[in-house]
Design a protein around this ligand. Structure first.
Ligand code: PHE
Length: 336
């Protein structure tokens, strides 16, 4: 019987070694280890042997089973490796990996930061989860001001809220820095708006603040003018319209001349025929704000401005729906 087992191992080894693919290997596994295999037949014959021969026969058949099993596995691994190296076609084009890029709003905010760096501004930032002090109180916005209404602001627990404007960063910067200060702060803001083509509950602003001795409205206008030219072209003009913000006095809204039609063109879809595009709000920092942060309003003056980045991007690229910015549709994102 031991001879038979040895012959069996030899035959199996030879067959397995020359198996050409895994289908053949599977046939060999059935032939040599399956229920109807010769090995199984030998095993079931052990009981008929004289008792003293049984242990050796049992050991030999058990070992044979192991040896054949190992040979099958090794051959399988070798076949896989062979097919991997044989199966590689070096003439095929490589797999293209998608390449990430900056979101339009990110690159626009970097571009603006760059413009203001050129005018000597630093970059500052603040948290999106704010308290009422930084979002309202210190910005001279009293408790009964409509902007503080539940309708307009997302309130969180413990008097916290999602900031409604980047003007919060003005307060944070002034509270920690002695004048003069010159900073811009890009960031995301939230307001309880119903979403439509021109409103979104999440949007981005860029805030600017310049405080020193003798800063005037003319400096504000010059700065905005400079930004407009760099952003939309040399021919861009700026106009101020009177407005109100609790934290600036006087306050203005500023417009850029239309970059598309360069003047009143009744059919212009960007400026709707007016020749001007409303960009954002600005003004001279209200003395009450200086008092809140411990600046002496008798010594220092300053200007602040804010603008919606989506708005600027919509003007610049003729985008007609603010929802596109946060939809994350790659067909939109890839265009910029
Ligand atoms: N924070 C104002 C807004 O969100 C814009 C603004 C900023 C106005 C700075 C004046 C000065 O509408």
């Amino acid at each position: 019987m031991l001879d038979e087992v040895n012959r069996l191992i030899e035959a199996a080894g030879a067959d397995i070694g020359s198996a050409a693919d895994s289908r053949q290997l599977e046939e060999l596994r059935v032939r040599y280890l399956g229920r109807k295999s010769q090995l199984r037949a030998l095993m079931s014959r052990i009981g008929t042997l004289p008792p003293e021969e049984r242990p050796a026969a049992g050991a030999a058949t058990g070992k044979a089973q192991q040896v054949i099993q190992t040979a099958l596995e090794e051959r399988q691994a070798a076949l896989e490796q062979e097919s991997e190296s044989r199966g590689m076609d070096v003439t095929l084009p490589g797999r293209r990996r998608g390449c990430g890029k900056r979101h339009l709003l990110t690159s626009l905010s970097w571009e603006l930061v760059d413009i203001f760096r050129g005018m000597g501004f630093d970059v500052a930032s603040g948290p999106e989860v704010e308290d009422e002090y930084h979002n309202f109180d210190a910005l001279n916005t009293p408790p009964d001001h409509p902007a503080r209404d539940l309708q307009d602001t997302f309130y969180l627990r413990d008097g916290m809220l999602l900031r409604t404007q980047t003007s919060t960063v003005q307060i944070r910067v002034m509270a920690h820095t002695a004048p003069p200060v010159r900073v811009v702060a890009p960031g995301r803001c939230y307001r309880k708006e119903s979403v439509d083509a021109t409103h979104h509950f999440a949007f981005h602003q860029l805030e600017g603040l310049y405080v020193d001795r003798g800063v005037s409205l003319a400096d504000l206008k010059g700065t905005i003018q400079m930004m407009g030219r760099q952003l939309l072209g040399e021919q861009t003009r700026v106009r101020f319209r009177p407005h109100f913000f609790p934290f600036t006095e006087p306050s203005v809204e500023y417009d850029f001349s239309c970059s598309l039609c360069q003047g009143p063109d009744p059919s212009c879809r960007v400026c709707k025929g007016t020749g001007w595009i409303e960009v954002a709000g600005a003004g001279m920092v209200d003395p009450a704000v200086f008092e809140a942060v411990g600046y002496d309003p008798e010594v220092y003056t300053g200007f602040a401005f804010g603008m919606g980045l989506e708005r600027v991007a919509m003007i610049r690229y003729g985008i007609d729906d603010i929802r596109l910015f946060l939809d994350n549709d790659l067909r939109f994102n890839r265009q910029f």
